[in-house]
Design a protein around this ligand. Structure first.
Ligand SMILES: [Fe+2]
Length: 188
């Protein structure tokens, strides 16, 4: 694709985001499953639903443009998610894994914030009013998700990871219950 105008760049960037969102749709259930904190699990599940809505907005924009949403693989998102997937294979303490999952998720959010900020601005410059609004909605959701992840990390997840319960002879090992909560979280 020859980048001969802002309109062409706009379509290319939209396709990149469309592909990125589909990769995120596949990754989020695995991240939710791997998280120990119930609040983090809930956060990932909520963002999965939000991401489905974001894909629908992109579908709507492509329909109005009369273009196919496919044709561009987002290599950057593939790399970010690959690094996230490596965490799931690591021998990690549950609290440290939660902190690492937040760090991985925030990298994803920042990529999306940059991408949606650009296409929102291009849509505005090109006079696509409805698309500008739709992309602004998604941008606001991504920013809010990033803030929520910071709140979770700063709330307790990062501090719990400072001293993970690695010495079962002196401290009870974190036990996962059927609901995914840990024994530590239910202690007074
Ligand atoms: Fe997204």
């Amino acid at each position: 694709m020859k980048l001969d105008s802002l309109e062409t760049l706009y379509v290319k960037e939209l396709r990149d985001l469309y592909n990125a969102e589909h990769q995120i749709l596949k990754a989020l259930p695995k991240m939710a499953k791997a998280a120990s904190s119930p609040n983090l699990q809930k956060g990932f599940q909520e963002h999965l639903q939000q991401t489905q809505g974001q894909v629908e907005r992109l579908d709507q924009i492509f329909t109005e443009l009369g273009k196919s949403p496919k044709g561009k693989k987002c290599e950057a998102m593939e790399g970010l998610l690959k690094e996230g997937a490596e965490l799931l294979e690591a021998d990690a303490e549950p609290s440290v894994l939660d902190a690492a999952l937040i760090a991985a998720a925030q990298r994803v959010e920042h990529y999306e914030i940059a991408g949606y900020g650009c296409v929102r601005t291009y849509a505005k410059l090109l006079g696509h009013g409805e698309a500008t609004q739709l992309l602004q909605q998604t941008l606001d959701e991504e920013k809010r998700t990033d803030e929520k992840l910071t709140e979770l990390a700063m709330g307790s997840i990062n501090t719990e990871a400072i001293e993970p319960e690695t010495a079962p002879e002196t401290k009870p090992k974190v036990q996962k219950t059927a609901r995914g909560t840990s024994s530590r979280e239910t202690r007074p």
